[in-house]
Structure formats: structure tokens, C-alpha cells
Design a protein around this ligand. Sequence first.
Ligand SMILES: CC(C)(COP(=O)(O)OP(=O)(O)OC[C@H]1O[C@@H](n2cnc3c(N)ncnc32)[C@H](O)[C@@H]1OP(=O)(O)O)[C@@H](O)C(=O)NCCC(=O)NCCS
Length: 162
Amino acid sequence: MANLTIRHAEIKDGVSMAEILRKIGWSEKRNNMPLKEVSEPIEELIKHCNKNTEGHTMIVAVDEENRVIGFTNVHWVPFVMLGSWEGYVSDVFVSPEAGGKGAGSALIKYVMEEGEKRGCMRLMLTNGKEKPSYQKGFYKKMGWTERPKVANFVYYYREPWS
Ligand SMILES: CC(C)(COP(=O)(O)OP(=O)(O)OC[C@H]1O[C@@H](n2cnc3c(N)ncnc32)[C@H](O)[C@@H]1OP(=O)(O)O)[C@@H](O)C(=O)NCCC(=O)NCCS
């Protein structure tokens, strides 16, 4: 995309990030909540990440009209078993109307370069197998490897957005 900029997220981006999540529409509950109830917790997370940029990098992709069209969040994890650092990418989202123009690749490329600068051993993320991003090989095309022997476990305290 011409004139795509990647920059650190700012608190004011919370509303755009909430709108992007709602356009993607993965959560009916989130889509039915007032926008403010979606954006406020996001603003708190932006604040938290920006207070500790050693530990977190939250970035947004901005188009030529200064609209936030995507975002990514990565957490730099001190990993004893690796004797090094792992970057855990928790979020990669691009607004559907801005998709297919390189914003997603640009966000991931930024994270890959940042991890290299920090001397990380590797990056890690989860990708739903039913999602188009998995089926179109979005990460594989960028040089990522799917781990055949590792199961992904989560422990829930509650459902998202409840
Ligand atoms: C996955 C996602 C971030 C890709 O962003 P994007 O800006 O559309 O990606 P790009 O334009 O950089 O496209 C990169 C590649 O992805 C492929 N792609 C196109 N549309 C896609 C889609 N809807 N989903 C996934 N990949 C897609 C393209 O084929 C392209 O490959 P190519 O360069 O060989 O043509 C975006 O579709 C999205 O936010 N999806 C919903 C959330 C999601 O699945 N996130 C990732 C897992 S957490």
C-alpha cells in the first residue's frame, strides 16, 4: 500500500482498534456492546504496554489519510529454557476494507525486525486453523514454521468480553 506507516499505538487509537475488531466480527457479544465498552479496556492495555516498552510493543498501521487500519501487539518474554527471549504476538488485525494491500505483512515484518534487533531467539503466535489467514498460508509465506508436535493449551478464568 502506498504511504502505509507503522507507528507505536497511542491511547487515542483505542476507538479505531475497537472498530477494527468489530468489523472483523469474531465475537457477537463484542459487536453488540456499546463501542465505549470495547474501546476503554483497549485504551488501558495501550497505556500498560506503552509504560513498559521493554516488555511490550504495540503498533498500528496507518494509511495515507491517517486512518488506523490495523494493529499488532507483541510481548517480549524472558524464556529460561531457551536461555533467551521469545516474542509472543497476541494480536494481528487489519480492517477488512483495507485487507490484501500489505498492511498485515508490514505489521509482521516490523515485529520480525524488532525481535532481531532485541536478540530474540524466536517469535510465537497462535492462528486458528479455520481462519482464512491460516488457510492462505499468511505466516508460512513470511517464513514462519507450523509446529507439528506442540499442542496449544489455554486455561480460562472467564469468556472473552464477559
Ligand atoms: C490476516 C490479516 C492480518 C492479513 O492482513 P492483510 O493486510 O490483508 O495482509 P496482506 O495484504 O499483507 O496479505 C499478505 C498475504 O495474505 C493473503 N491474504 C489475503 N487476504 C487474506 C485474508 N483475508 N486473510 C489472510 N490472508 C489473506 C494474501 O494472499 C497475501 O499473500 P500474497 O502476498 O502471496 O498475495 C487480515 O486478513 C486479518 O486481520 N484477518 C483477521 C484476523 C486474523 O486472522 N489475524 C491473524 C491471526 S491472529
